[in-house]
Design a protein around this ligand. Structure first.
Ligand code: UDP
Length: 478
């Protein structure tokens, strides 16, 4: 009997082994098939593109053959760090060169690298052998061929390239699939319409008469953290297309934005408006993204947050989420945002008693920013900001748009689909009004005419002694 059970145990383990081997072989075959398909698609697309570009490519190659110009062979790292030479057209600063560059044709010869199998359509950027920071890249990104487009490329065009390129590359390689590549190609088509950032623009710009602090996410967070040791309390606001529309209807809100310490451009509307006025927005900075970086930056420090807003229960769920995700970030207090005018002094006293450094107000615009402005001094915080639906997202009440939706600048459409009854006016009508406003300001040619003097240093304008400010008038009326 024991001999028979040993025999059947043996047979079971052999069967298991053969199943594992079979699964492994199937995976390998699938991988090979996927690679063959990728290569096939690369070949077909490269041939079609090169045929279409023949009138450009042929003269360039002929010129190169005769004069040894204008093609540069840039040394790049390929799959498994194998060195190859990527072809690039270098025509200097002539008018023809600018014409080619504006149409992306200076990259037309890179399709020969795709044809040669050194590059592929989707993959991490082909980097130089002496790329700065290469030591941090890790080996994973070199498991695949470099590509013409990648996640980082798309996120840069959508202004949401936070973190590092290497992290985005690793994320791509870890989840690489044929359907994923197809999705990246589709997103790249949309992102390509936004175009690359055209040069750097000033750190302080004005859009629709509103001052914008035009910095990247890490700089925004760095300034906020530094502010927590300042003497004067300050406010930061996030301005999206809806906020711009609101600011034209509500003078108090407009004043509140004009007197804020830092305003950040949030959303694809602001990016396109900036582009239309020749003021490139460096990065899309919304409260929901910034919150994560701020929590990270405050973790392990003695600075704390007060969470004010959203429905009862939501703020507690957010607090619980933070305890899990950022256990070293201090939360001095949390309170829901549904209180009466009579309860307001008690809410303010609660915040002041908590000795919090940062106050996040989630009432929705414009109320949150007006409230923060009016009560900034009384709450005793060093930094206050309105963060909209942030609490609803991280508490798990409302799903945030997936990354790919944000990459194509369609987060607003995702929000609209979630709550069409409440949001159709804001997004359907609001977006049309916003675009009309962009065209109107462009026609008037006065997008930024008026300079706002010293807005970086201005706190909320306290009108005591000069009559009541519009901010105070509005919040009192509520
Ligand atoms: N809210 C609040 N008190 C109120 C009205 C609204 O705390 O009196 C909250 C509401 O529960 C939601 C947030 O304010 O969490 C507003 O979210 P909304 O989606 O309007 O903000 P958005 O991010 O779209 O600006």
């Amino acid at each position: 009997m024991p001999a028979r059970s040993a025999l059947s145990g043996n047979a079971r383990s052999i069967a298991r082994e053969s199943r594992v081997r079979w699964a492994r072989q199937r995976r390998a075959v699938r991988r090979l098939a996927a690679e063959a398909l990728r290569r096939g698609v690369d070949l077909v697309v490269a041939v079609v593109v090169l045929v279409v570009l023949l009138p450009v490519v042929m003269p360039l190659l002929a010129w190169w053959g005769i004069y040894g110009r204008p093609v540069a062979r840039e040394v790049r790292l390929g799959k498994r760090r194998q060195v190859f030479r990527a072809l690039r057209v270098e025509l200097g600063a002539s008018r023809f060169a600018t014409w080619l560059r504006l149409r992306g044709l200076d990259h037309s010869l890179v399709w020969l690298n795709v044809l040669a199998g050194q590059m592929t359509l989707v993959g991490p950027r082909a980097i130089a052998v002496d790329e700065p920071g290469l030591a941090d890249a890790g080996g994973r990104r070199f498991l695949v061929k470099p590509g013409l487009v990648c996640l980082w490329w798309i996120r840069q065009r959508a202004n949401i390239a936070f973190g590092s390129e290497w992290a985005a590359d690793n994320e791509y390689v870890a989840s690489r699939s044929l359907s994923g590549d197809f999705g990246i190609l589709l997103r790249a088509l949309v992102a390509g319409l936004y175009g690359a950032r055209r040069g750097e623009t000033a750190e302080r710009i004005e859009l629709f008469g509103l001052p914008i602090t035009n910095v990247a996410m890490d700089e925004a967070v760095r300034r906020m953290v530094a502010q927590l040791d300042a003497d004067e309390p300050r406010r930061a606001c996030f301005i999206n297309a809806d906020c711009v529309n609101l600011s034209f209807r509500n003078p108090a809100y407009r004043e509140c934005l004009r007197t804020s310490w830092m305003n950040f451009a949030d959303g694809i509307g602001m990016k396109l408006a900036g582009r239309a006025f020749g003021r490139e927005i460096r990065e899309n900075i919304c409260g929901t993204d910034l919150f994560l970086f701020l929590c990270e930056a405050l973790s392990g420090t003695d600075k704390s947050l007060f969470l004010l807003g959203a429905k009862p229960g939501v703020v507690d769920d957010l607090h619980a989420w933070m305890r899990e995700r950022y256990p070293d970030a201090r939360v001095a207090g949390a309170r829901h945002g549904y209180f009466t005018a009579e309860e307001e002094p008690q809410v303010i006293a609660e915040i002041a008693a908590s000795k919090a450094d940062v106050l996040l107000v989630a009432f929705g615009a414009p109320r949150q920013d007006l409230w923060a402005a009016e009560n900034l001094a009384a709450t005793g915080v060093k930094l206050a900001m309105g963060v909209g639906g942030l609490f609803d997202y991280y508490s798990g009440r409302i799903p945030r748009a997936p990354q790919w939706v944000r990459e194509i600048g369609m987060e607003w459409a995702f929000r609209l689909a979630q709550e069409p009854r409440r949001l159709w006016r804001r997004y359907v009508c609001g977006n049309v009004v916003f675009l009309a406003r962009v065209m109107w300001w462009k026609m008037r040619g006065s997008g930024f005419g008026t300079r706002i003097s010293g807005f970086e240093d201005s706190g909320f304008v306290d009108a005591r002694g000069q009559g009541e400010s519009p901010v105070q008038r509005t919040t009192r009326r509520r």
